[in-house]
Design a protein around this ligand. Sequence first.
Ligand code: PAF
Length: 278
Amino acid sequence: MSPRVVRTAAELRALEGTIALVPTMGALHDGHVQLMKHARPLADTLVASIFVNPTQFAAGEDLDSYPRTWEADLERCEEAGVDVVFAPEVATMYPAGLDDQVMVDPGPLGAILEGEQRPTHFRGVLTVVAKLFGLVRPDVAVFGEKDYQQLALIRLMVDALCLDVEVVGCPTVREADGLAMSSRNRYLAPDERQRAVALSQALDAGVAAGSHGPEAARAAALARLADFGVVPDYVAVTSPDLGDPTPGEARILIAARVGKPRLLDNRALTLGRAPEGS
Ligand code: PAF
């Protein structure tokens, strides 16, 4: 059955039973469909939001050219069993306009990695997610691990602001050659698409070298990126909560431009101790 499209808070308030929410900016791909399928059995009503959030784009970023594929998105939602698509106008999300808003400050974790590259990004992301939680009032919300720092910050926000929403993370969905699915992959020219596999291969190399410690993991990932001529914005090895890495469970994260599109990817890894004297 086609999902019902709603645009206002009043329509959302009429929803009954438990609610699962999958927030998106549209341009839906198989990764989104997996999030929705994961969310489907978690509540009576499955809501997917489609809203290209202006406040998470800085001036000069791709807000205007961000892909908008409304008809195809509705088909993907139907395929995934979505009941309601919430597609608000900008004025519904930002009734006082985009400036001088009350915004969510992401704190120190929002200033590293992606936050260092895009200083206002997470302020916009957390603000819109908080607004979506307030409007949709979900019992559970599902996000992809591909945007790992985003997921970590949303969990922190939910704890810090005492929001009564269970946050569920889902593993990254990949193309057959390992490229993490992303709405921005469609901008890759054919030769860039081939080089884009550098990110997942670099993560594989980092994971394989993890038993020799974090520096070895990072060096292995950097070397694999260099094989493809890809210069990263960062390659970081961290603890699972994005702090300093210690032996045991860890995360390796990469951001790099391949041509114009900026791609992100990450994986879990297990770190050993660095060899003596390294
Ligand atoms: O991950 C995204 O698509 C966006 O950052 C989100 C969470 C929908 C907020 O606009």
